[in-house]
Ligand binder design. Structure first.
Ligand SMILES: Cc1cc2nc3c(=O)[nH]c(=O)nc-3n(C[C@H](O)[C@H](O)[C@H](O)COP(=O)(O)O)c2cc1C
Length: 379
């Protein structure tokens, strides 16, 4: 079945509900960013925007996309286009999902419940963060037909991770996303300056009650030193021994680790530098993607996140071999704008832009997107 022919109607219709706000026409993702910056408290804005140290990697995530040039093909009858794809064997409406980000209730009172409804409506993948401010049970109840993966950290107390795995498995989550780039939390200067803390009315809901008795320093809503910095490749085998779900490793940036991931039998990789919030000075994720795709050679699916702000960014990532991309901060900006409706708008705008970029470069469906679209001399 082919999808709608053109996005022009929506793009020209500024009166359409959810696209205009108080005279402000939401045309692109940076409009949502501006709105969020204006309307969130400074500490919340700083928390979402933060990168590590000097924010070089965070900023390069965006700049790297701007350095890539496309080689469009012409006269290929793009009157009908189809943006659908599959991830881990499941069809989604277009190759953009929501990356795991913490604390959605800071941006919108319904928090992750709103995000889950929006992704269910748009039929794409929502990776729920361990650090959500709604519980996984609330999220599933709000959007029972949504397609979801769960992002997992490995705790010093392995039982805690194990309980979380069994909980999300029972709830129908379809994959585990093991985040591996946080043996320690990166140094985010403004969070330190602001002494950022979750406000008392919000909690890391999945661990409600678990840490109540613990006194001492906190980091982002849970006791400091809860994550296990001794995590290593053998923990992948441990995780495989306690779950039947596919395992996707998030935070790989080199071909060496990509090869190890394949050798350890995981089902996917998210090429990611955590939105530049961990190691400052590492590569932009889109710059790391080609060597990883070349190493993996199609043995498992490779995804990428970090700095995706336009439909042509999505096209570039797919041309360089990503099966799907994930957005982090833009989803939060959508929430800050109008909750579920705002996240839907963000996704819809990206979908429209992606469809248009595909057509303007001569691609009718995602299978036609390949490396020939990239002008390597400009890289
Ligand atoms: C505010 C914020 C919170 C995040 N929380 C998590 C998290 O809980 N778990 C995780 O694996 N990644 C987390 N990330 C990283 C994102 O999953 C993703 O890698 C990153 O946001 C992608 O970059 P982008 O924001 O430029 O799209 C967080 C990122 C941000 C901005």
């Amino acid at each position: 079945m082919c999808q709608e022919r053109s996005s022009a109607k929506r793009m020209n219709n500024c009166n359409r509900e959810g696209v205009c706000c108080g005279g402000m026409q939401m045309v692109c993702l940076t409009d949502f960013e501006e709105y969020a910056k204006e309307h969130l408290s400074k500490a919340t804005w700083d928390y979402y925007a933060a990168g590590a140290d000097e924010c070089c990697t965070r900023d390069d995530n965006l700049l790297a996309y701007k350095r890539i040039r496309l080689r469009p093909r012409i006269l290929r009858d793009v009157s009908v286009s189809d943006t659908r794809t599959t991830v881990q064997g499941t069809e989604i409406s277009f190759p953009v999902g929501i990356a795991p980000t913490a604390f959605h209730c800071l941006a919108w009172h319904e928090g992750e419940v709103a995000t889950a409804r929006a992704t269910e409506a748009l039929n794409t993948c929502y990776i729920t963060s361990t650090y959500s401010t709604c519980s996984v049970e609330e999220i599933v109840a709000a959007a029972p037909n949504g397609y979801r993966w769960f992002q997992l950290y490995v705790y010093r107390d392995r039982k805690l991770s194990e309980q979380m795995v069994h909980r999300v498995e029972t709830l129908g989550y379809k994959a585990l996303v093991l985040t591996v780039d946080v043996p320690y939390t990166g140094k985010r200067r403004n969070d330190i300056r602001n002494q950022f803390k979750l406000p008392p009315h919000l909690k890391v809901k999945n661990f409600d009650g678990v840490f109540q008795e613990t006194a001492g320093p906190e980091e982002y809503g849970i006791p400091a030193n809860t994550l296990d910095p001794s995590i290593s490749w053998k923990d992948v085998y441990w995780l495989q021994s306690i779950t039947r779900l596919p395992i996707i490793i998030k935070g790989i940036l080199t071909k060496e680790d990509a090869e190890l991931a394949v050798e350890h039998g995981v089902q996917g990789i998210i090429v990611s530098n955590h939105g530049g919030r961990q190691l400052d000075g590492g590569p932009a994720s889109i710059d790391a993607l080609p060597e990883i795709v070349d190493t993996v050679q199609g043995r498992i699916e490779v995804y990428v996140d970090g700095g995706i702000r336009t439909g042509s960014d999505v096209l570039k990532a797919l041309a360089l071999g990503a099966k799907c991309v994930f957005i982090g901060r833009p989803a939060v900006w959508g929430l800050a704008y109008k909750g579920e409706e705002g996240v839907r708008d963000v996704l819809q705008i990206l979908n429209d832009e992606f469809r248009l970029s595909m057509a303007l470069s001569g691609c009718r469906n995602v299978a036609e997107i390949n490396r020939n679209l990239i002008q390597f001399s400009k890289l």
